[in-house]
Design a protein around this ligand. Structure first.
Ligand SMILES: CC(C)(COP(=O)(O)OP(=O)(O)OC[C@H]1O[C@@H](n2cnc3c(N)ncnc32)[C@H](O)[C@@H]1OP(=O)(O)O)[C@@H](O)C(=O)NCCC(=O)NCCS
Length: 392
């Protein structure tokens, strides 16, 4: 089998998906994707758009402006008709699934150069927009148990995660994200594009909108529960509604060497696992356990982890069950913060955390051998991918 390496990865900043306050409120999700593709080709002039074998693009809600956005964004961006595109839907893990599809195609020898991308604008295409649940599904699960907030509450209760521990996690997520941003760590991955402030003033968006430098435990403790009156999950311990896009340039190692391109990580393994949709957030436990078992590794062999912080409750349940950490701050998990601070544009995040993992492993963890990126997904699909430093 061939090897698949990450040659590059770029993303927009993550903006609030908010009709009045979102920095990208007047930009369509296909335009976000085009901005990322344009920047990817500009930064990699040895690769021409027509050299791409195919584009896999993850999007959770493929409706409205995001209906077949894989194809429509590619063509609207002026890219060649001869390059095939394939929209991938797996709820939140969609972007990660796009990366896996491309990596596997490369390893099988079907092609040498692929783009794997992800995009979501949760304001323009709200969660579960136009979704028509099969009545038979509702014989199996209660409708009110399926929405994301309900699952976050159920996980908090069943896995005994306290509101204070979740807020402590949110606190550290913001602190780490702010520190990484201020140190310029995301500069290599964020494409600057023009957005709008609340008052309509145009400005260059080159940082994630949701990060709170002055996050306060005291203030978070006063917030109302977001999903039920006696609940423990608030807007602070939920990932926010977000808009963003990202793309990776994946290549066979042979082709990257032939073109003289640099790379640091190669794809080793991808594991998907399903779980009870009413506690969907715990899915990464099963995906990570499957990945470790099948690769003969243990938790201790993994040097650095990226876990998408859909909610504080599910993240803590996952980290505790895997024996990775009890409470924030975590050592080698979400080193530059997580989605509670950075945002979570559903189908984009699975690919975004791989881009961030790649940059963490090129810099702060450059001697590390293995990294894992993992995330949960609505209705009970989870995904985890294993990456290896090519020099180890
Ligand atoms: C939780 C949720 C319902 C809240 O939505 P909302 O009521 O529209 O609220 P916002 O996210 O805009 O936040 C409400 C307020 O709390 C504030 N807030 C949020 N986190 C805060 C924090 N850590 N400290 C202080 N204030 C905070 C916000 O700034 C906002 O006030 P503002 O508009 O004046 O800035 C929404 O973010 C949500 O649905 N999140 C989950 C998304 C999801 O399910 N993703 C999939 C996961 S699998």
């Amino acid at each position: 089998m061939k090897e698949c390496v990450i040659v590059d990865g770029l993303r927009t900043a993550n903006a609030r998906a908010h009709a009045e306050k979102g920095w990208f409120r007047n930009i369509r999700p296909d335009e976000l994707l085009t901005a990322v593709y344009d920047a990817l080709f500009k930064r990699n002039p040895k690769v021409k758009p027509e050299d791409i074998e195919a584009v896999y693009c993850g999007t959770a809600n493929q409706a409205g402006m995001q209906n077949d956005i894989a194809r429509l964004a590619w063509l609207a961006g002026g890219y060649p008709e001869s390059v095939a595109t394939n929209g991938i839907g797996q709820q939140c893990p969609s972007g990660m699934a796009a990366v896996e599809h491309a990596a596997r195609a490369i390893m099988c020898g079907e092609g040498d150069i692929y783009i794997a991308s992800g995009v979501e604008d949760m304001q323009k295409v709200p969660m579960a927009y136009d979704m028509d649940f099969p009545p038979r599904l509702l014989n199996r699960y209660k409708f009110e148990d399926i929405p994301m907030g309900a699952t976050a509450e159920k996980v908090a209760e069943k896995w005994n995660v306290s509101r204070k521990d979740m807020e402590n996690m949110a606190y550290w997520s913001h602190k780490k994200a702010a520190a990484a941003t201020n140190a310029g760590k995301f500069k290599k991955e964020i494409v600057s594009i023009e957005g709008e402030k609340d008052d309509g003033t145009k400005f260059t968006v080159d940082r994630d909108q949701w990060i709170r430098e002055n996050v306060s435990m005291e203030q978070m403790a006063t917030m109302n529960p977001a999903y039920k009156p006696d609940g423990v999950v608030t807007a602070a311990t939920s990932s926010p509604l977000t808009a963003g896009a990202c793309a990776l340039l994946l290549m066979s190692r042979d082709k990257a060497d032939e073109l003289g391109l640099d790379y640091h990580l190669k794809y080793v393994y991808g594991a998907m696992a399903g779980c009870d949709p009413t506690v969907m957030g715990i899915g990464p436990i099963y995906a990570a356990q499957k990945l470790l078992k099948r690769t003969g590794l243990t938790v201790k062999d993994i040097d650095v982890w990226e876990l998408n912080e859909a909610f504080g409750s599910q993240s803590l349940a996952v980290l505790r069950e895997l024996g990775l950490a009890e409470n924030a701050p975590f050592d080698n998990v979400n080193v530059w913060g997580g989605a509670l601070a950075l945002g979570h544009p559903l189908g984009e995040s699975g690919a975004r955390i791989i881009i961030t993992l790649n940059n963490i492993m090129k810099t702060d963890y450059k001697d590390a051998k293995y990294g894992v990126a993992m995330l949960c997904g609505g209705i009970g699909n989870a995904n985890a991918t294993l990456w290896q430093n090519v020099n180890k």
